[in-house]
Design a protein around this ligand. Sequence first.
Ligand SMILES: O=C(O)CCC(=O)C(=O)O
Ligand SMILES: [Fe+2]
Length: 369
Amino acid sequence: MKIEIVENNIVLVNPSNENFEIHPLWLRERAKTESLVDKYNDQRLYDPSQLDQKLKIKKASMSNGNLNIEFTDGVKFEYEVNNLIYEINKKEPIENVVLWNSSLNKKPTAVYQKDIFETKAMYDLLQDFYKYGFVIFKKIPTEDNYIVNFANSIGTIRPTNFGESFSVKSVPEPNDLAYTSIALTPHTDNPYRKPIPCIQLLHCLENEVKGGLSTLVDGFAVAEYLRKNHKDIFEILTKTKVRFRFVDKSIILENWGELIELDENKKIKQVRYSTRLDYVPALEKNELTLFYEARKLIADLYASSKFEIRFRLNKGDLLMMDNHRLLHGRTSYDTSEGKRYLKGCYIDHDSTEGKLRHLERKFSLKWKK
Ligand SMILES: O=C(O)CCC(=O)C(=O)O
Ligand SMILES: [Fe+2]
């Protein structure tokens, strides 16, 4: 893709598509002189809807990868051509997703250092997070509820009725099965919330038991497997909206959604799965027969040795996972063997995406490819 000037018109030359003229107003509202945008926050100091609708380009020239334009209203600006193409391509900071199953031989892992959040290493880790849906940080300090600092250094923590952070250990009268020692089959967290938590952090403070292994499954890989091999099942799981429900003494939370949610291009957008708290509507009997068959198959795949990985979280390890893509769980453990204590919290996707864009800008990585 490149940009050319043809008789004062700016044309996008696109080998895989038709060339088209870039609208003068589109360019004009991207001009960033000091009088047009605030230098501290990059926000417009004028209302672009009030620009002359008949505005044209008066003069245009190209030099050293920059496009110089003078508009008929007198504004002049020098654009970086790469910048314009990046925006026209609607490029996102995230590189390609890598679907995985239990043959994944290297878990994305990093040893934590205090100043990591502003480094190129952090950029690479965030890319890994989007590629694989998870990252494990080693040697995170286990004092002073450090997970809160950690979460707030990437983005902003999302508190819930479980608190700003929550303690995952076996307690009497638990308001969630996570706070027991029984096995948890693969699940996504809190599909009953609006909005559903995007990213979950789990930080291991103590682990003295033999069991309590952590499990992870790439829900997108399972969904793609179903799309390829079991069309009817994939179809019903992408069509049926299920109610998820959490109940305790002080609140009842509910939200509805498909076990596999697709976007407008039929790409997988999000998976939901928590058989502890899902309630399918009373559909016609044949439809429900198919739904139950589909749920059984997806449950078997999620729990299968083909898709699930298992590993031990040791003291100091922090698992960061995409709760819209991955399922997590744990094997059961015996509380008489010793302590097992994790801290958990949630952050939003805009935290990690925003941080990625910031680091991309900081290390000038935008035109990497
Ligand atoms: O105990 C664990 O390893 C995980 C518990 C869990 O699923 C959670 O806290 O969301
Ligand atoms: Fe969970």
